[in-house]
Each structure stands twice: as structure tokens, then as C-alpha cells.
Design a protein around this ligand. Structure first.
Ligand code: C2E
Ligand code: CA
Ligand code: CA
Length: 737
């Protein structure tokens, strides 16, 4: 179980959570990657631009320096004053002016042979020898200028640039600087000058000072500084500062402005949060979904369970029992399978007297007992009501089968403790055995049912194995039932015959017993002994009884004085309306109640506190007589005669026919008659067939006699004819006397 749950969980993780998380991450990282890529591209472009800007600013500065220089070097006054070596003038115009006004860091004037004649440095006039410090870097530029002048190269000169010049980037006094060199020339052209031998003006502007500041403030370069080496820290940009010869002087280093990075640094946390949220949502959704799916599966499972199980006992129901029997029967080597059909005895009484919940409790408990009795392979099912079915396996022989059947019966007999009451029931069992009784489930169940029926009709609380004879008996019953229904709806099949009852004293007919006859259209006469029990089982008896009662009453009403006896089944007496029905028939037919005698069984007469008892009391109050039929059979005991509230005892024909020279029957009959007389009851002996029997019965003192000796039961028309005939005979005899 645990393993199954673990397996199921890891499958869920593998097939659902993992792909969903992977997909979410993929999308998330895809978006992130795209963003990073675009920001990287943007930043790259931006850094590039800034580098070019630095380059541009430096080259503009160079141009500006040359331009600024021209304002003082292309000037007749300047040519004249340097020739005169008027150092004060030079200082004001070519030195301090350059420093103070244009912000140069150094200004020098060299003579025609490169001899320094003036120097301005560190914000003030200096000794011309100060030039020596920068000579190594500057002299090559001056030489280049002079050769340009000598060559008359004016390619640089245009509307904006007034004189040729040479400029470069160099390290001056350990600082990077723009150095620009221009000849001091006449602006008018009026002063004669030898090309290449002009006075030369040198300007120096450091680029690590004010330029850095300018780049920071005007161009908003962040943390820009000059460095001799390229920045190796990540995230810093460096732009090399190169001399015209291609030598790298140093680098401008700054924190580049990276718009992509700015965006990314703002977007990434949000995006991360979104991804995490999406992950949480996805996982939660899947988990919820799984939960719902699980719940659904559980409820499906429950529905399936309910469909296959009995809700009261939790045992398999008919459907699942059938399925499992089919499976078992289909298996190879399936011998030893038997089916048991069970039906509780007296369950209806429990339900009626103690209520349905008590009935339920009993069913539940019985189901539990059954389940405890059988093996693992066996199945106990409830089919509904008080019906159970079992499939037993591996009960090899008859003895074992009988053993389990008896155990089931014993379990059912053990009292049930229901809500403080001890309840006694029983169970009837029918069994069929696979292979012996067939291999088809329907057939086997039907046969078990037939056997159950047999158990029930032969006394209940017992088990029976199916036999062919049972089947035939049942089939006969079924046919009989159908035919009986038909007979009831058709004229001429069910006929009431009458058997006379004579006074043993006068030998005169004092009344008749109505006996039902069935003339079956195909099978001929069918004995009431055969069809009455079936009518009782099927409930047809009430219709039949009413039919006989009505005809008998009609017949008797036409007779003078004579009584009519009608047989009443115990089933009829159990109907609360029975007495009322008899009353209405008496009223309809006009027969006096005292001329009607009902023949009932002994057990119906003893059951005082029941519906039958109520019926009998009402009937007796009406004046109807009650006789006990077949006295001496069944549970009869002579002792019980005292308590019976009846008018007549009919001694069973088995005693009468047992009257022989040496038998106990005479003594029994005598005892019955004496007791009956002592209680004031009349007696009738049935089945009188011989004169000898007649004589013995007369001697014993039996009141009335009935039997083939006098007449079999005859149709009404014959009764009426004999009555007329008898009356004539009587008339005749009275006339002759
Ligand atoms: P029962 O009430 O004991 O009826 C007497 C039976 O004994 C009748 O059989 C009758 O024909 C037979 N019998 C009469 N005299 C003699 C004789 O001398 N010797 C022998 N061997 N038999 C004699 P039947 O008519 O076949 O009826 C059988 C049983 O069917 C009756 O027994 C009665 O219990 C039942 N029955 C008949 N008609 C009705 C009816 O209308 N309603 C009910 N509830 N039961 C009926
Ligand atoms: Ca009878
Ligand atoms: Ca009888």
C-alpha cells in the first residue's frame, strides 16, 4: 500500500510536475535570456558610443588647441615681437594668455634653431630652459613642422585653418598631453620669413585634468579617470589614448552608462518573482487538480463499490456474486464449486413485531456470522431481503458439504441479540454442486433455489441438495399453479361435491361436507390433496375458499335443516377479513349461521391469540359451528382437547381404518369420544368403509359417521335428487305405516 502510494506520487512528479515546472522554467529563462541578450546588445552599442565620444572629444580638443594657437601665431606683431625677443610681450600674448584664457598647461617659444626663448609652465612664466624637460617629445614635432614649412606644404590650410601645424598626443612630464606646434607667421604676408626657420610656438594641454572633468560634467561620464593601463575590472570601459604614431599613451577609464543593465537590474527581480509565482501557481494547480482527480477516483471507486456491494451488510451483492461465480466456473479445474441459497425462516415476524431496524440488525449480524464461517476463497453475498447466497470452493465431498450446511443452520439457530431482545430465527438452505448439477451459473443458482424451496416446504431449518425429483415436483407445482388460475376463471373445472354425513343413531343424513373437485381439461381429476397446498402457497386459496363457501351456502340454503361443512385452510383463517367475508356470504345466501360448520385444522384452533383466533371467535359469536378436522394427526394431544373452543371433533380416518380385532385404535377413538362428550362436543368418524367399522363406532358412541360406506362425494344435482327421492321414500313409508 505504502509502496503503491509512493509509486503513484513519483509518477505524478515525473509525468506532471516535472514537465510543467520545466516548461515554466523554459519560458521564464527564455524571456530572461532574450532580455539579457537585448540588454547586452544595447549596452554594447552604448559602450561603443561612449568610447567613440571620448575619442571625438579628444580629437576636437586637439583641433581646438590648434585653432586657439592660431589666434596668436598668425599675427605680424607676434613675428616682430619674437624677433625682438620682447619677453614681456611674449609672456602676455603667447604665454599667460594661453594659460589664463585658453587654459593650456604649458606654452613655449622656440627660435629658428630650436633654441627655447620663452617658457610658460605651472601657471606662470618660467626659465626658457624649462623646455629641456619636454624637448625629447616635442622636438620631433617641431622638426616635422619645419620640414613641412620648408616643403611649402599647405595641404592643411583652408578657410578654418590658417597655418600648417603639427600636433600629437604625448607624455609630457609624466602626464598625457596634447602637444600642438605652430610656426609664428605673418598674417598679412608683409614680413619676409625663411620657410623652415620660423619661430615656433608650442602648446601643451594635459588631458588627465580639466579634460577629465569636462568629460564627467559635460558628457556625464561616470567616474572617468586617466590610467596608464587598461582597466581590467569588469564593468569598466577603457578607451585608449594613442599618439599619431599608434603608440598607446594610456587609457580613459569610466563606468559606462548601460541602459540595458539598468533595465535588467529592474526587470530581473520582477521577472524572477513572476517565474517563481508562475511555478507556485503551476504546482498548486497541478496539486489541486491531482487532489480533485483523486477525489473523483475515490468517488468512482465508491460508486463501483456500491454497485457491487450490499449497502447494509457490505457483502457482495447479486451482480458481483454472479460475476465471481462466472469467473470461478470459467477457471480450469473448477471442480468443488457449490452454490448455496439461503433464506431466513420467520424473518418476516421479526420485521413485523420488532421493526425494520431490528430486521436490519439481524440481517447484518447473520451476514457477519456467515462470513466468519466460510473460507477465504468462498463468497458470501446478500441478494436482498433475507436472502443470501454462498459460493463454496474446495469442499471435496458430500460429508464436508453437509458439515458446512449444518454449521450454517446451527449459526442461524443461535439466538440473535437485537436491541436487548433475544431473537430466534432459522435458515433454510438449498445447494447445488458444479459439474453434478451443471456448469452454468444460472442453472446452478436455479437448482440451489429449487432445493431451497424444497427445504422450506419440508419443514424449514434444514438443508437440501438439489435432485431431479425436486425439479419435477417444482415444475409440476408451477404448471398446477398456472392451470389453477385458469380453472378459477373458467366455468366447469372447479366443482363442489358433497359427501353425506349420517347420524350413527338414526342412519339418516344430517348434513354434507363440501369437497372441492378439479376436473382438469387434459389431466382429468386432480386431487385436492395435491392442489390445495399449492393454492395455499400462492394465495389462490382465498379465492377458492370463497367459491366453495358461496356454493355450499347456496346449496344448503335450499335444504331444510341439514348442515353443510366447509373445509377452511389455515391460510384463510389468517386473513383478518375472513369472518366478515363469511358473514356477508351467509347474508347473501340467507343460510342460517348454525347450519354452517367450518372444518379447521387442530393447529389453527389452538392459536388463540392470533388473527385466526379472532376470526374463530367472531364466527362462533355469529353462530357458525367449528369442527376440528383430522383430529389425531399433527400435534394433537388428548390433553389439549380441554382447551379447544370448538363444537365438534372429526376423528381422522386413519384411526377408523385401523379399527381391527387387535388394535389400539379403538382405545384411542374411545378416549377421544369420551373426552369430547365430557366437554359437550359432538364427534364425527371419517372414512367409514365397512359395516364392521360402523358397528364398532356406534358402540363406542360416536355421534356421526362419514365414509364411502354411505357415499362418496357427489355433485349437487345428485344430492338434490336423493333428497327428493329420500323424501318420497319417507312419504311412502309413512303412508304404509
Ligand atoms: P378431508 O377434509 O379430511 O376430507 C375428507 C377426505 O376423505 C375427502 O378426500 C374424501 O373424499 C375422503 N373420504 C371420504 N370418505 C372416505 C372413505 O371412506 N375412505 C377414504 N379412504 N377416504 C374417504 P378429498 O375430497 O380428496 O379431499 C382431501 C382433502 O382436501 C380434504 O380432507 C381437505 O383437507 C381438502 N379439501 C377438499 N376440499 C377442500 C376445500 O374446499 N377447501 C379446503 N380448504 N380444503 C379442501
Ligand atoms: Ca374435512
Ligand atoms: Ca378429514
Amino acid at each position: 500500500m505504502k509502496n503503491k502510494i509512493r509509486l503513484e506520487r513519483s509518477r505524478f512528479l515525473l509525468t506532471q510536475i516535472l514537465p510543467a515546472v520545466a516548461l515554466t522554467l523554459l519560458v521564464g529563462f527564455g524571456v530572461l535570456g532574450l532580455l539579457l541578450w537585448s540588454s547586452h546588445t544595447t549596452d554594447h552599442a552604448s559602450r561603443d558610443r561612449q568610447s567613440r565620444l571620448v575619442e571625438l572629444v579628444v580629437s576636437k580638443l586637439r583641433e581646438a588647441a590648434a585653432h586657439d594657437q592660431e589666434s596668436v601665431t598668425v599675427w605680424d606683431d607676434a613675428v616682430e615681437q619674437v624677433r625682438l625677443n620682447d619677453t614681456d610681450w611674449i609672456d602676455i600674448n603667447l604665454g599667460a594668455w594661453m594659460g589664463d584664457y585658453f587654459g593650456f598647461d604649458g606654452a613655449y617659444v622656440l627660435g629658428p634653431r630650436d633654441q627655447p626663448i620663452y617658457a610658460y609652465t605651472n601657471g606662470g612664466r618660467a626659465s626658457p630652459e624649462a623646455f629641456e624637460a619636454i624637448a625629447p617629445e616635442v622636438v620631433p614635432l617641431v622638426d616635422a613642422l619645419r620640414s613641412k614649412m620648408r616643403a611649402g606644404d599647405v595641404s592643411q590650410v583652408n578657410e578654418m585653418v590658417l597655418s600648417p601645424g603639427v600636433a600629437d598626443i604625448a607624455v609630457i612630464r609624466n602626464r598625457p598631453a596634447i602637444v600642438t606646434v605652430k610656426p609664428i607667421v605673418s598674417d598679412t604676408g608683409n614680413i619676409e620669413q625663411i620657410p623652415g626657420e620660423e619661430y615656433v610656438h608650442v602648446l601643451v594641454r594635459f588631458v588627465d585634468g580639466s579634460l577629465v572633468e569636462e568629460l564627467q560634467t559635460d558628457y556625464m561620464f561616470e567616474d572617468l579617470y586617466f590610467s596608464w593601463v587598461a582597466a581590467n575590472e569588469r564593468g569598466l570601459s577603457s578607451q585608449p589614448l594613442k599618439s599619431d604614431g599608434g603608440a598607446t599613451i594610456g587609457y580613459f577609464v569610466w563606468h559606462p552608462y548601460q541602459p540595458g543593465y539598468v533595465i535588467i537590474s529592474k526587470v530581473v527581480p520582477v521577472l524572477t518573482a513572476v517565474i517563481v509565482l508562475a511555478l507556485i501557481l503551476v504546482v498548486t494547480f497541478l496539486a489541486l487538480n491531482r487532489k480533485r482527480a483523486k477525489r473523483l477516483a475515490a468517488s468512482e471507486e465508491r460508486i463501483r463499490y456500491l454497485a457491487l456491494h450490499d449497502s447494509l451488510t457490505g457483502l457482495p451483492n447479486r451482480t458481483s456474486f454472479n460475476d465471481r461465480v462466472d469467473e470461478a466456473l470459467a477457471e480450469a479445474g473448477n471442480s468443488g464449486i457449490s452454490l448455496l441459497y439461503l433464506d431466513l425462516d420467520r424473518f418476516k415476524q421479526v420485521n413485523d413485531t420488532l421493526g425494520h431496524s431490528a430486521g436490519d440488525a439481524l440481517i447484518y449480524e447473520f451476514g457477519r456470522r456467515l462470513a466468519a464461517l466460510v473460507g477465504e476463497d468462498d463468497i458470501v453475498a446478500r441478494f436482498g431481503g433475507d436472502e443470501f447466497a454462498l459460493m463454496l470452493r474446495n469442499y471435496a465431498d458430500c460429508d464436508e458439504m453437509e458439515g458446512i450446511c449444518q454449521a450454517i443452520i446451527d449459526e442461524a439457530r443461535r439466538p440473535f441479540d437485537i436491541g436487548g431482545n433475544k431473537v430466534f430465527v432459522g435458515v433454510s438452505v438449498g445447494a447445488s454442486v458444479a459439474q453434478v448439477d451443471g456448469m452454468d451459473r444460472t442453472e446452478l443458482l436455479r437448482k440451489a433455489d429449487v432445493a431451497l424451496y424444497y427445504s422450506k416446504t419440508t419443514g424449514r431449518g434444514r438443508y437440501s441438495f438439489f435432485s431431479q425429483a425436486m425439479d419435477q415436483a417444482l415444475k409440476l407445482r408451477q404448471h398446477t399453479e398456472t392451470d389453477l388460475r385458469k380453472a378459477l376463471s373458467e366455468e366447469g373445472q372447479l366443482l363442489v361435491y358433497y359427501q353425506p354425513i349420517l347420524s350413527s343413531e338414526s342412519h339418516k343424513t344430517i348434513g354434507y361436507e363440501a369437497l372441492l373437485r378439479w376436473r382438469h381439461p387434459e389431466n382429468g381429476w386432480i386431487s385436492p390433496e395435491l392442489f390445495i397446498p399449492i393454492a395455499e402457497d400462492t394465495g389462490l386459496i382465498s379465492q377458492i375458499g370463497t367459491l366453495v363457501m358461496r356454493e355450499a351456502c347456496i346449496a344448503a340454503a335450499a335444504w331444510s335443516e341439514m348442515t353443510v361443512a366447509v373445509n377452511v385452510s389455515a391460510v384463510e383463517l389468517g386473513d383478518p377479513d375472513y369472518a366478515a367475508r363469511v358473514r356477508s356470504i351467509l347474508e347473501d345466501t340467507g343460510l342460517e349461521a348454525r347450519r354452517l360448520e367450518l372444518e379447521i385444522t387442530e393447529s389453527a384452533a389452538t392459536d388463540e391469540n392470533s388473527i385466526a383466533g379472532d376470526n374463530l371467535r367472531s364466527l362462533r359469536n355469529m353462530g357458525v359451528r367449528i369442527a376440528i378436522d383430522d383430529f389425531g394427526t399433527g400435534f394433537s394431544s388428548l390433553g389439549r382437547l380441554h382447551s379447544l373452543n370448538v363444537d365438534r371433533i372429526k376423528i381422522d380416518k386413519s384411526f377408523v381404518q385401523g379399527l381391527g380385532p387387535r388394535s389400539d385404535d379403538e382405545a384411542i377413538i374411545r378416549a377421544i369420544v369420551d373426552l369430547a362428550h365430557a366437554k359437550g362436543l359432538k364427534t364425527t368418524a371419517e372414512g367409514v368403509e365397512t359395516k364392521a367399522q360402523e358397528e364398532r363406532l356406534a358402540r363406542i358412541g360416536c355421534d356421526d359417521l362419514q365414509g364411502f360406506l354411505y357415499s362418496v362425494a357427489i355433485p349437487l344435482w345428485e344430492v338434490n335428487r336423493s333428497l327428493v327421492f329420500g323424501a318420497k321414500e319417507q312419504d311412502l313409508s309413512s303412508q304404509t305405516s
